[in-house]
Design a protein around this ligand. Structure first.
Ligand code: SF4
Length: 191
């Protein structure tokens, strides 16, 4: 392939500004085989465990590659009839549920007005949350509307479920929330 000086500078800039592979692709080189080889090398001698993305109700199928008892890669399962090996950006980051140095691993609490966070035990945190929920509910409980209609609810607490919660957990959470009189209950999928 003949390259003019102008072409060389343009492709080199593309590689520098974007990715090296992008620059090589710009030269007209077929990179699919190289990509496939690199991926095969990465998951070589690993065990592929079928699973499902936990983030939303689409339920895309995944393959979890495990080597020496450690998860080394998670990708879409090409055998799946609905995601056909693809994952959205959120699903493509599932590995970070397992490996993410930025993820807090301790329970943190910041006192009112404080600037810093304290490490607390899970038992203390659960007790504190329960205490605040019970107090808020009791202080704001509405038994009847002004027209006399029985409602037995609190408008003061909002529940937002996370996308990694599964259907069974959400079923229980809904029952609990409604049981104590909450009416503002939501579960997000792709935030
Ligand atoms: S979050 Fe994305 S990858 Fe996961 S199930 Fe939903 S659409 Fe699929």
């Amino acid at each position: 392939m003949e390259l003019s000086r102008r072409d060389f500078l343009r492709y080199a800039a593309g590689a520098g500004a974007g990715t090296a592979l992008g620059g090589l692709a710009g030269l007209g080189l077929a990179l699919a085989p190289a990509r496939a080889a690199a991926q095969a090398l990465r998951i070589k001698e690993s065990r592929a465990v079928p699973s499902i993305c936990p983030f939303c109700a689409v339920g895309c199928a995944t393959l979890i590659h495990v080597k020496n008892g450690e998860i080394i890669n998670i990708e879409g399962d090409p055998r799946s009839p609905h995601n056909e090996g693809t994952l959205c950006p959120k699903g493509a980051a599932i590995l970070q549920l397992h490996k993410n140095p930025n993820r807090p691993t301790k329970v943190l609490h910041r006192k009112p007005g404080a600037a810093d966070w304290d490490v607390v035990s899970m038992e203390w945190a659960l007790g504190r949350v329960a205490e605040l929920v019970a107090t808020t509910r009791d202080e704001t409980f509405v038994e009847r509307m002004p027209n006399g209609k029985l409602v037995n609810m609190t408008p003061a607490i909002f529940h937002l479920g996370g996308a990694t919660l599964d259907s069974e957990f959400n079923h229980i959470a809904q029952k609990f929330c409604r049981g104590i009189g909450m009416v503002a209950i939501e579960n997000q999928a792709r935030i």
